[in-house]
Ligand binder design. Structure first.
Ligand code: FAD
Length: 357
């Protein structure tokens, strides 16, 4: 391993959260670098399916400093988000090294050593912004190892053609499941499997309204006031145009409760009936991608890091941004990450200010 590059702040990740932290750090005098394992900008958006749409309109899907250009029908598609993030990096000259996969972060002398293959950075503070897409979650079902059909997670679904004419189970009750069902139901024989009846937001409630509600809850919590639980959270289904169209076709009203086990060629339902199935698409979410932090001994039994705001309680030189509500209300969204990115950059700057030398 060659000499480590000295830097004030190493940001692990190069998606929307890392860019937002970089935007605020560039206003300080600190040296910083973003280390991203992807070959090009876009973060998780590079791994969304072709027809993926945001559940928030463009203007409510912007990172700090620059409004996302308005999308044709208001809700940006995956490629428009990738284009925006690519131009955002260039616009602010953010120092991103890619592809650069960070394998380990360890305590070293008066800082943290960040290793990526044969390279290393000696950082005085580290911000982890590695998101979740690399950690797809699939629930355990009896007999899954017997099933001879196709199983893929929503993170690996791209387009419907490959499943045309097949019998497909779509498992999960969030926006991924609803958007994939809306698309695939015109190509294949789909069965929607959800733990409980799916929750659809009213047609006029989208990500922007959810963000405003999340902000109102956050402000009430900050002020110690009672939080009036308005219906709707980011897990509820936003009626973007393709999902509304599927509702008109009667596709959304048929979700069934889970099967009890797999067989070689399908599944068995609670009443004993068997169904032949060709493929299962797991739209069952993700877990935080934190393997690079294992070497720091900060990961708790629940797979998260104990934080105060976004700062690790066990390692004072470590901050985490963009992992969802446990690192800040609505922090796993483009518009929502701004608040925690700004506070993290300010905290890191103040911390470094207080260090000797
Ligand atoms: P990511 O985008 O995952 O970026 C993290 C980057 O770090 C990635 O490039 C990753 O490969 C890299 N990385 C991971 N580990 C390492 C490592 N060890 N070393 C180096 N690099 C590493 N959000 C919205 O705001 N609005 C929406 O409408 C919306 N709709 C969505 C719809 C769907 C179906 C899905 C799945 C998500 C949606 N999201 C939406 C959420 C959004 O896509 C993610 O929350 C967002 O990408 C998280 O950004 P991030 O920068 O934190 O993580």
């Amino acid at each position: 391993m060659g000499e480590c590059v000295q830097v004030d702040v190493a940001i692990v990740g190069g998606g929307q959260s890392a860019l937002a932290v970089g935007y605020f750090l560039r206003r300080t005098q600190r040296s910083f670098v973003l280390l991203d394992d992807q070959p090009r900008p876009g973060g998780a958006w590079l791994h969304g399916w072709n027809s993926l749409r945001l559940f928030s309109p463009s203007t409510w899907s912007s990172l700090p400093g620059w409004m996302m250009p308005r999308a044709a029908d208001g809700y940006p598609m995956r490629d428009e988000v990738i284009d925006y993030l690519t131009r955002y990096e260039q616009r602010y000259g953010l120092p991103v090294k890619r592809p650069c996969e960070v394998n380990a972060v360890t305590v070293h002398e008066d800082g943290l050593k960040v290793r990526a293959g044969g390279s290393c950075w000696q950082a005085r503070a580290v911000v982890s912004a590695t998101g979740t897409w690399r950690k797809p979650y699939v629930p355990a079902y009896p007999g899954a190892e017997l099933f001879e059909g196709l199983q893929l997670h929503s993170a690996d679904y791209r387009e419907p053609q490959a499943l045309a004419g097949k019998r497909v189970l779509i498992v999960g009750a969030g926006n991924s499941a609803a958007q994939i069902l809306a698309e695939l139901s015109s190509w294949a024989d789909c069965t929607w499997v959800t733990q409980e009846a799916p929750r659809f937001l009213p047609d006029d409630v989208d990500g922007h309204v959810l963000f405003e509600r999340a902000t109102a809850r956050w402000k009430a919590q900050q002020a110690g006031e009672p939080v009036d639980e308005l219906p709707g959270g980011f897990g509820d289904i936003v009626m973007v145009p393709p999902v509304r169209e599927a509702r008109e076709r009667g596709v959304l009203q048929q979700a069934v409760r889970p099967f009890v086990r797999f067989t070689r060629s399908g599944v068995v339902w609670p009443d004993g009936r068997e169904s032949a199935v060709d493929a299962v698409i797991w739209c069952t979410g993700f877990r935080p991608a934190l393997d690079h932090l294992r070497s720091l001994g900060v990961i708790e039994d629940d797979g998260r890091v104990a934080v105060e705001g976004t700062r690790s309680l066990r390692q004072p030189r470590l901050w985490l941004v963009g992992y969802g509500d446990w690192t800040g209300s609505a922090s796993a969204t483009l518009i929502g990450v701004m608040r925690s990115a700004r506070s993290t950059a300010a905290e890191v700057d103040a911390y470094l200010q207080g260090l000797p030398g």
